[in-house]
Design a protein around this ligand. Sequence first.
Ligand code: FAD
Ligand code: NDP
Length: 604
Amino acid sequence: VPNVEELNKFIKDSVHANQVMIWSKSYCPYCKKVKDIFQSLNQEFKAYELDLEDNGPAIQDALHKMTGQKTVPNVFVNGTRLGGCDDTERAFRDRRLQQMLNPAPSSSVDHHDLESYDYDLVVIGGGSGGLAAAKEAAALGAKVACLDFVKPSTQGTTWGLGGTCVNVGCIPKKLMHQAAILGHQLDDSRKFGWEFDDKVSFNWETLRTNIQDHIGSLNWNYRVQLRSQNVDYVNSYAQFIGPHRIKATNKKGKEQEMTAKFFLIATGGRPKMPDNIEGLRQFCISSDDLFSLPYSPGKTLVVGASYVALECAGFLAALNYDVTISVRSILLRGFDQQMAENIGAYMANHGVKFIRPCVPYKVERLEEGTPGKYRVYSKMQDSGEEVVGEYNTVLIAVGRDPCTRDLGLDTVGVQINKQGFIVAADDAEQTSCPYIHAVGDILDGKPELTPMAIQAGRLLAGRLFAGTNNKTDYTNVPTTVFTPIEYGCIGLAEEDAIAKYGQSDLEVYHSNYLPLEWTVPHKEENACYAKLICLKSQNLKVVGFHVMGPNAGEITQGFTLALKLGAKKADFDNAIGIHPTCAEIFTTLQVTKSSGQDASASGC
Ligand code: FAD
Ligand code: NDP
């Protein structure tokens, strides 16, 4: 005969040991419903299946006596009884459950009552992360304002609502990349039977105007969306002036103060324009200016060797401009260096000139005009040799500075590092000030990518205003470098995999491949390349995915799911290819690097 006191103690201990305790029966559909609710909230729970335990009936009796409820499920949250299935569903619907699971940190309230703030959330920055968070928070019933203000570039360029991606990043870049691809395909098309006059010309003004028109419509749509979703949009520059308080200054200098319970900093970054290159700030442009440049750029020097530099140099060269890249050290720091060098070789093959390793130190103007003419003095980093060149446009792409220095962050105790990036205090994008969060490009050590900022903004709003627990997963983030031949990757670069796991634990499968559509125009046989980096100790789990070829971005997006789900090499082998595509190469990779066998393309 079970000891009643012991049973009661077991029930109480279980309830206190588990944030969510469900007294359940394994076959009961109502019990399944409540488990599904907690799973949808990513909330761990302990389910004690009474039908599977010897003491189950006795516990059910004890629960009946203790709670007055005879049936299952009998649900407890944070030591308090919630009730049965209907009670749990109701609490979930009216968000009481989410609040029970995740009460707002008391420190964030700062002795104010919610009612005494102007807003529940003020978002600073109307770019990828800020807009996503503002819209999601408003949809969850929060009172939200979003401030966005663009300071002019060194050349005086400004733009509308939407941030870097929309105005001076992903969108105009991808459209110019498309213009470049069309240029390449024009050449190919003759081999496919198209006939047209020999003289084909390219018009920069047409491309720029059409892209800027599209961006204008996006700016407008964002404003409409904010209005229709009840987010107050304020076109002003924000600075913290006290706890829970900012000052917003518009372009006419008019100031307005606002208070909020929570703040989100999503102010992104702007191109670095280093002072140590004489003449740079007067005469050079950055990616902030290129996409709306009112004149054709002409002969161009691109300084820098990462994403922005290579992508811009790539499309300019494909649009028939004379392009030189000044590379300080390596290409695409942080990326797999075999892939980076492959891209460099392809670009060099397609007319881009590289000066390497080289750093400019002075730019002087020879002629005014649109474009003007500039002389650039540089030094080779190995030989010390002086290099002098003349260009119509000098594009500086040497990295980006986070926009945090002018925000009054010291007033509210938000910590930044030496480079100005915000150091998150936890894995939930909270800063060192508990009521201020940060997402996007300004976060230290996180990928500076649009979808990353959007995901972080959306999930943060859910945690603040719906009591959810979902945190942004910053691992296995896919990315693509949109050079004319695209390069997509997920996970580790080969050198990083070696550093992390050791060479002896890796098996690298690789192959060049020839897209079918490249055969008729007789394009390079071995320019495209695929590589999987696998861990021997984990059943050949794939920890690095790399592909270079047409539409590598599309291919990489598809395979992201596989890596997220922990795919092994055998899973890739078991997947049936789609023929004839480029992506099917990943279902037939046989050659390992360690075998030393030839990985050249072997026909279609
Ligand atoms: P942003 O989008 O930069 O938005 C920040 C906003 O805050 C800006 O409008 C800024 O003016 C405003 N602001 C700043 N300070 C204040 C203040 N004090 N008050 C009010 N407003 C303020 N990513 C990809 O995923 N794919 C790509 O293909 C890609 N291509 C890119 C190409 C280029 C040339 C560049 C430069 C970037 C590219 N990126 C790409 C990166 C992507 O654009 C960024 O990761 C993304 O825009 C970051 O979003 P965010 O919300 O952090 O900031
Ligand atoms: P990065 O910080 O990635 O790279 C900076 C580059 O500039 C490096 O090649 C660096 O060389 C070089 N450099 C730095 N200082 C100097 C100097 N004084 N003189 C000469 N060269 C110098 O910057 P990006 O602007 O290219 O990219 C910023 C971020 O934007 C990326 O991390 C990416 O997340 C995002 N982005 C994403 C894109 C996409 O998804 N397709 C496209 C474009 C940007 P060194 O290696 O020697 O330090």
